[in-house]
Design a protein around this ligand. Structure first.
Ligand SMILES: CC(C)(COP(=O)(O)OP(=O)(O)OC[C@H]1O[C@@H](n2cnc3c(N)ncnc32)[C@H](O)[C@@H]1OP(=O)(O)O)[C@@H](O)C(=O)NCCC(=O)NCCS
Length: 185
């Protein structure tokens, strides 16, 4: 692991990220939702993260409240500012999929490429294992190089590509589905 990276050791609550100083990791609170929204909307603007339009804080508060005790939302923080977040959300309302969750992960623009994403994701996966979850799924653009590299590094494997699956501004996009088992079965 190169020295620029945040430590991925999930037991540590604090890690050094490049030259940017200490980054801490904790469960998100509702008071974090404005920052979570701002960081999500940066991902929307940059065009590589989602087909969604920008969200309002109100929409994100509703999203946050949907997360039950088996659906963690965590944040990375530096100098009192939220610099990234990651979540495991309900994948399906059907009971048979209760322990399958869907990943979202977003890092503040100026903090990308410094190891925050890897540190967040490794902690979130460990949290999922601690909760007894079975699997994490995700859906992303195949051309999201940073995301795909991060996911593969942390053990996600390709399920397949949905061709022309989602539309934005009249243009259809392929969507890569990936999964990461958290248990042996
Ligand atoms: C995708 C994202 C969460 C990754 O987090 P990050 O903190 O930037 O990633 P890390 O610094 O932990 O790096 C992860 C890997 O991706 C690589 N990477 C980072 N930025 C990259 C880029 N622009 N192009 C290619 N690879 C990149 C890193 O080099 C690293 O691989 P390495 O360790 O082999 O060098 C973050 O870039 C982000 O928030 N992007 C915008 C929102 C988004 O796309 N979210 C995912 C939606 S599916």
């Amino acid at each position: 692991m190169s020295s620029r990276r945040a430590s991925a050791a999930p037991s540590k609550q604090q890690a050094s990220v490049g030259n940017q100083g200490a980054v801490t990791f904790r469960a998100a609170r509702e008071a974090d939702v404005p920052a979570i929204t701002e960081i999500f909307n940066q991902g929307v603007e940059d065009g590589m993260a989602t087909l969604d339009p920008p969200h309002t804080v109100g929409q994100r508060v509703a999203w946050f409240r949907e997360h039950g005790s088996n659906e963690p939302v965590i944040v990375a923080e530096s100098g009192g500012q939220v610099v990234g977040w990651a979540s495991l959300s309900q994948w399906s309302a059907r009971m048979c999929y209760d322990t399958v969750k869907e990943l979202s992960i977003y890092v503040r623009r100026e903090w990308r490429g410094k190891g925050v994403g890897e540190a967040l994701l490794s902690r979130l996966l460990q949290r999922g294992q601690g909760l007894g979850l079975h699997k994490v799924t995700l859906f992303c653009f195949p051309e999201n190089a940073a995301g795909v590299k991060l996911y593969r590094r942390l053990g996600f494997v390709d399920v397949g590509v949905f061709r022309s699956h989602g539309v934005r501004n009249g243009i259809w996009h392929d969507i890569l589905a990936m999964e990461r088992q958290l248990t042996d079965h």
